[in-house]
Ligand binder design. Sequence first.
Ligand code: GLN
Length: 199
Amino acid sequence: MAGSAAPVVGVLALQGDFREHIAVLHSLGADARPIRRPEELAEVAGLVIPGGESTVMDKLSRAFGLAEPLKAAISSGMPVYGTCAGLIMIADRVLDAIEGQQSLGGLDISVRRNAFGSQLDSFETDLDIPVLGDPPVHAVFIRAPIVEDAGGGVRALASLGDGRIVAVEQGNLLGTSFHPEMTGDTRFHEYFLGRVRSA
Ligand code: GLN
């Protein structure tokens, strides 16, 4: 049965914690591969963009000729999941970007980089995420971005207690401000793989 084959998914491996994502995806039975070149991107059915530093990922993706193929993959409907810096990469609008920073875009959101400031660089909290069910997701935030506004086609999947949005989806694009690849809770990756299987 074609549907039972392991989904082939890439993890953008220019910078950041791509190894952790590959390990989670392998543990879920996916054929997960690091992506550094356009030829590698052409062979996958879905892509994870990891956490790290969006300014560096932006520069490297342009330098390696990956930015345009990535944009084309996003607009063709490839399922993409961005965590933290990866969420910034797939946002249409980036606030507090460095000069010249570009994103790939796709998600109709404005995202603010390093939104929690230097006094609260990192923190952990439990989030109720209805699409994932019980129990709450233990979320790790590290110099995390926040979704400041979202267009009508964007669905908020999770918010902090004060209402600020930290997980979104729009079509085949999924993004979280936090890092599920660090906690052993695989539900976001399973949710993403479900998208890849049905795309
Ligand atoms: N602050 C980083 C950025 O702007 C994101 C941090 C992360 O991915 N943990 O890209």
